[in-house]
Design a protein around this ligand. Structure first.
Ligand code: ZN
Ligand code: ZN
Length: 552
């Protein structure tokens, strides 16, 4: 082991012990060992216990640990504390810039057991009220966590979208006359991606935007590197301009999509086509949007000329599912409403957390009354824009909703979501949702699996049973547009549409900035082939009113 590795082991041990509130003197001595060994001028691994003990500042206890580290690669004490600490919490501990004292509060008081859960909690302003935290600490932590997540090799679409487009423009400017475009997963707008993929007709000059890691002119991608801006992985594919269309088609499709395409059109030669449109023309197909090239289902639809007209961001008419300072949002109700109106939406359906969500300042009945009063006042002021009275009602363990029927009946509509006890088995979790779906007051099922992309899988549910029940009870399913959720997963949209279940693209905004998440929901919904007719949040206010009269 190098001195640095030995030193880091002591730091890790000190962190773990501090996390578990162990003896401060021991912790201090391990921290000192870290500082000392890190800068020790000669390699300690070459010394035996006797020699180590004589060194200034390294006593008996530390020297025997150095020997143990050298022999076993770890320490028994480290293993002991590791066993007492969930894996995700150990990972949080590794995020640079968060000390063990803070990690302990986040773990014990907030219940955060992974980096993703913590990041999500930041986005929902859960840290503001924690002891020793505040808005500034929360924002700071959010940046550190996002950076850490990104460095792990997979990216959220929302995390690299802007950088990808900036990079594309820079490369185009630096390489005039060359065709350069996004390709692969980022062109398909996949929710989770391996990085930025780019196709160029020729070998583009990459300086000073990309730090090259690997270059090989014979294989694809020809270059693998990192952006200098954010360190995002970049893959550059190169081709002749005479085959740009063929290659763009090839790299944009997923393997499944491509496999079916090749099988169906094996008699045809798609090489050396300059434009992608030529590929489709040759196959006798209408152009298939890149978003639809993840799922071969849409290739079948294209061959029957039955491709859906896809929902667009401009097609969303109202902001459904948002929080204000009444529960855990950052902006006031009025600020939220004004922003929605400014952005051109016709209505805001405000849905605070319900009373069981004590961690999110959920609303008791008296505060509901108070909010309704304010809504009535604002509606007079803001007309024809309208705020609708909703709630994000917790689905309790047994599947029941969080208020008496008499209260539920007063909402314009109810969104029912699971927020607690996420670790149920499939059978139980499905039953819990089915009960909530059967409740006559449920209009929208919120984020059906509770997943957080790149960090929490979400509880296992029987998607088909849930969608079937929604069809039977006329419940709309949310596609939560928060880029960490995108839940319902788009792959289930075709089945939902087949059953006649509408999808609502909801930002779940906790601030005015969060309203913009709607577009990520739209991107995901397009991948599943959602059309404006089947999109609930594409209803105009007039249509929504008519709908609400119908369901009441
Ligand atoms: Zn929720
Ligand atoms: Zn919510």
């Amino acid at each position: 082991m190098t001195n640095k590795e030995i030193a880091n082991a002591f730091k890790y041990l000190a962190d773990l012990m501090e996390l578990h509130q162990e003896n401060p003197f021991k912790i201090k001595s391990y921290r000192n060992a870290y500082l000392l060994i890190r800068k020790w001028p000669e390699p300690l691994a070459e010394k035996d216990q006797g020699e180590l003990e004589k060194l200034k500042g390294i006593g008996k206890a530390i020297s025997s640990k150095i020997v143990e580290l050298n022999e076993t690669g770890t320490l028994r004490t480290i293993q002991k504390y590791e066993e007492m600490t969930p894996e995700g919490v150990r990972e949080i501990l590794k995020v640079p810039g968060i000390g063990p004292k803070k990690v302990r509060v986040l773990w014990k008081d907030l219940g955060a057991e992974s980096v993703g859960e913590l990041l999500y909690a930041c986005n929902e302003n859960r840290l503001v009220e924690l002891k020793g935290f505040g808005l500034k600490t929360q924002e700071d932590l959010k940046k550190k966590l996002a950076y850490y997540e990104k460095s792990k090799g997979s990216y959220l679409y929302a995390g690299i979208e802007e950088e990808a487009h900036r990079l594309l423009n820079q490369l185009r400017q630096a390489n005039p006359g060359m065709r350069i475009d996004l390709t692969g997963a980022i062109r398909r707008k996949d929710s989770v991606l391996p990085g930025i993929e780019i196709l160029a007709s020729g070998k583009p000059a990459l300086d000073p935007f990309i730090e090259k890691v690997h270059i090989d002119t014979d294989t694809q991608p020809a270059c693998r590197g990192k952006t200098l801006e954010q360190g995002t992985t970049v893959m550059i594919y190169t081709c002749e301009s005479s085959e740009f269309g063929s290659k763009q088609f090839l790299y944009t499709a997923t393997p499944d999509f491509l496999k079916q395409f090749v099988q169906t059109y094996k008699a045809l030669d798609f090489k050396n086509l300059e434009d992608e449109q030529q590929v489709f023309a040759k196959a006798g197909l209408p152009f298939i949007e890149p978003e639809l090239r993840s799922d071969p289902h849409f290739l079948s639809l294209a061959s029957k000329n039955e491709l859906p007209v896809l929902i667009e961001t401009t097609g969303i008419k109202g902001v459904i599912h948002a929080h204000s300072t009444y529960s855990d949002g950052i902006n006031s109700l009025e600020e939220m409403a004004l922003k929605c109106r400014e952005l051109g939406y016709e209505y805001l359906l405000i849905s605070e957390h319900s009373k069981s969500a004590f961690y999110a300042n959920g609303l008791r009945e008296d505060r509901l009354e108070q909010q309704w009063e304010e809504i009535d006042e604002l509606n007079e002021k803001l007309a024809p824009f309208r705020i609708l009275k909703s709630i994000e009602s917790d689905i309790l363990n047994d599947g029941s909703l969080d208020y008496e029927d008499a209260v539920l009946a007063k909402f314009d509509l109810v969104i029912a979501s699971v927020h607690s006890n996420l670790r149920m088995d499939k059978e139980k979790a499905t039953q819990r949702l089915l009960t909530a779906i059967r409740n006559p007051y449920t209009t929208i099922l919120g984020h059906p699996t509770g997943r957080l992309l790149l960090s929490r899988e979400g509880y296992p549910i029987d998607h088909k049973a849930i969608i079937d029940a929604c069809a039977r009870h006329h419940v709309i399913i949310e596609l939560n547009a928060n880029p960490y959720r995108l839940d319902l997963d788009w792959t289930w949209i075709p089945y939902a549409l087949e059953k006649g279940v509408m999808i609502s693209i909801n930002p779940d905004a906790h601030s005015i900035a969060g309203i913009d998440h709607i577009r990520y929901g739209v991107y995901a919904a397009r991948k599943g082939g959602l059309s404006p007719e089947m999109c609930f949040s594409a209803l105009s206010l007039k249509e929504l009113d008519a709908f609400l009269i119908r369901v009441k």
